[in-house]
Design a protein around this ligand. Sequence first.
Ligand code: HEC
Length: 97
Amino acid sequence: MHFVTTPIFLRRFILGLIVPIGLHAASAAAAEGDATRGAQLYRACVACHALEPDLHLSGPSLGNIWRRTAGKAPGYVRYSPGLKEAELEWNDAALNG
Ligand code: HEC
């Protein structure tokens, strides 16, 4: 009887296993506006990306990324030529591609 909550726990656990899916899943969560899920997904990115503007790790800061042109974070100098020349704006359309 006191195991009534087990299914929910299990569902969360399974979700935790499935979560590290990447940008596509992250954008799906953003489209649905689910901040909790977004925060969980972001754990897969935190090793390389800070959310604080201008704080670059091995990847560029993702602070203020929305509606910004790809490959143009001020002060990040390690962009690949492909991203530097992509002329792509990070917005709903680009991420739902
Ligand atoms: C192992 C390190 C690493 C991880 C983990 C990682 N990234 Fe990145 N990310 C990079 C690097 C390096 C670049 C720059 C790539 C380039 O110049 O081609 C980048 C670029 C980006 C850009 C483009 C930024 C810009 O200024 O145009 C976005 C958006 C991005 N990553 C999102 C994510 C998301 C979301 C996750 C997690 C789901 C993630 N990254 C996980 C290293 C990482």
